[in-house]
Design a protein around this ligand. Structure first.
Ligand code: HMG
Length: 387
């Protein structure tokens, strides 16, 4: 049975910081950020957006009433959860008006959890061919102001409808995975920002890629020439580029050139948004779909998922016949171009103004144009507004 991504949608807030402005404020050569890290802009998440509102905004764009009727499971992948008990998925169930006969759950393994959710959805649909599953990856990537990780922040949500006979990508049951208990990046329960052993994390990411890609080739007999594009988890776009260089090390020149060209399409949106954690790999896939001009049905796309702590997986998907009818060329670029550029002062104020450990606070939502917004807390209960 063909099972995979039937629809894919994305949301990121209307604010961004230009990396040249951040470099100037931090007294760093801008080329370190633009070239060395590979980021030109970074999404800034206002206090009026959290993972639930961002996920609702992403899912709302792609779902019809008929989809909602058929969805019997919502899998919410995040490492920026808003409650230690209640899952983000149950808020989505209400905000988007799903039926009550639905399973709702939140999943966590750093940036990897959305990939786990896709495979869980795959198994569920294999046993229940008429059901559809909503998979969401939503996060706010936060490090400290002025830290080395600051330039790799970002945020947003990817929503994917997983079904049989999908319109976009048939997910192959060919994954190879690798897990090990390492302390490369983590966020203690008391912390709002991630702690990271930066350089070590970049090496673990690449080591895990080597493990799973070598094992994938041994398991399937497919070498790099079988791939038409490679998508990677992109904590910052240079890291994905380093993994690509490993993948094409022994490729012939034509294959290496093609994959390097497609990688520019994969990284285009992430370069302007930053790390999305759980959604990052799938933002890269959406960016490929919307920016590449030579993709064809049947082409094989490689997917490298990595979540610190750590879990790696490599799997592939095949583009479905007619997939391009459902993709609008550079559609999301228009949304990115319409965002408001913040000064570093404005960004720092926003960074410090999110609700934390407060019993009651009402937020001013008037400057947030999104359909779903986080309006504050009342007696520790989160309040969402739908316009
Ligand atoms: P750093 O120490 O600021 O950077 O940390 P650097 O000194 O290593 O420089 C970075 C690159 O810029 C280097 O290139 C420099 O040569 C270059 P590379 O050697 O890597 O090819 N450079 C320049 N290039 C052009 N012109 C210049 C210039 N100056 C320097 N003038 C680091 C960088 C990524 C470590 C830091 O930002 C960080 O800690 N980020 C957060 C952690 C992270 O993103 N790790 C990635 C792997 S872990 C992961 O992906 C999981 C994660 O998403 C979380 C999850 O799973 O939930 C993070």
């Amino acid at each position: 049975m063909n099972i995979g991504i039937d629809k894919i949608g994305f949301f990121t807030p209307h604010l961004y910081l230009d990396m040249k402005d951040l470099a100037e404020a931090r007294n760093v050569d801008p080329n370190k950020y633009l070239i060395g890290i590979g980021q030109s802009k970074m999404a800034v998440i206002p206090p009026t957006q959290d993972v639930v509102s961002m996920a609702a905004n992403a899912a709302d764009k792609i779902l019809t009433e008929e989809d909602k009727e058929q969805i019997d499971m919502i899998l919410f992948a995040t490492e920026s959860g808003v409650d230690n008990s209640k899952s983000g998925a149950v808020y989505i169930q209400r905000l988007l008006g799903f039926k009550k006969q639905v399973r709702v759950v939140e999943l966590k393994q750093a940036c990897y959890a959305a990939t786990a959710a896709i495979h869980f959805a795959h198994g569920h649909i294999a046993m229940n061919p008429d059901s559809k599953v909503l998979v969401i990856g939503a996060d706010n990537a936060r490090y400290g102001l002025g830290t080395k990780g600051e330039v790799t922040q970002g945020g947003g949500a990817v929503a994917m409808l997983i079904s049989r006979n999908p319109r976009i990508l048939s997910v192959q049951d060919d994954g190879t995975y690798w897990a090990d208990d390492v302390m490369d990046f983590w966020r203690p329960l008391t912390h709002d920002e991630a702690l990271v052993d930066g350089k070590y994390s970049t090496n673990v990411y690449l080591d895990f890629f080597k493990h799973v890609f070598e094992e994938y080739q041994a398991k399937t007999g497919f070498d790099i020439s079988k791939f038409d594009a490679m998508c990677f988890h992109l904590p910052y776009t240079k890291e994905g580029f380093k993994a690509l260089k490993i993948a094409i090390e022994n490729a012939d020149a034509e294959v290496a050139t093609k994959l390097t060209r497609e990688f520019e399409n994969v990284r285009r949106y992430s370069n302007q948004i930053g790390n999305l954690y759980t959604g990052s790999l799938y933002l890269g896939f959406l960016s490929l779909l919307e920016n590449a001009t030579d993709l064809k049905p049947g082409m094989r796309i490689g997917m490298y998922s990595y979540g610190s702590g750590a879990q790696g997986e490599f799997y592939s998907g095949l583009l479905r016949p007619g997939f391009d009818k459902y993709i609008e060329h550079q559609a999301f670029q228009k949304t990115l171009d319409a965002r408001k550029r913040l000064t570093v002062d404005e960004y720092e104020k926003i960074y410090n103004s999110r609700i934390k450990d407060e019993k009651t606070r009402k937020l001013d939502i008037s400057s947030d144009p999104a359909k779903f917004v986080f309006a504050g807390v009342e007696d520790y209960q989160r309040q969402y507004v739908v316009r």
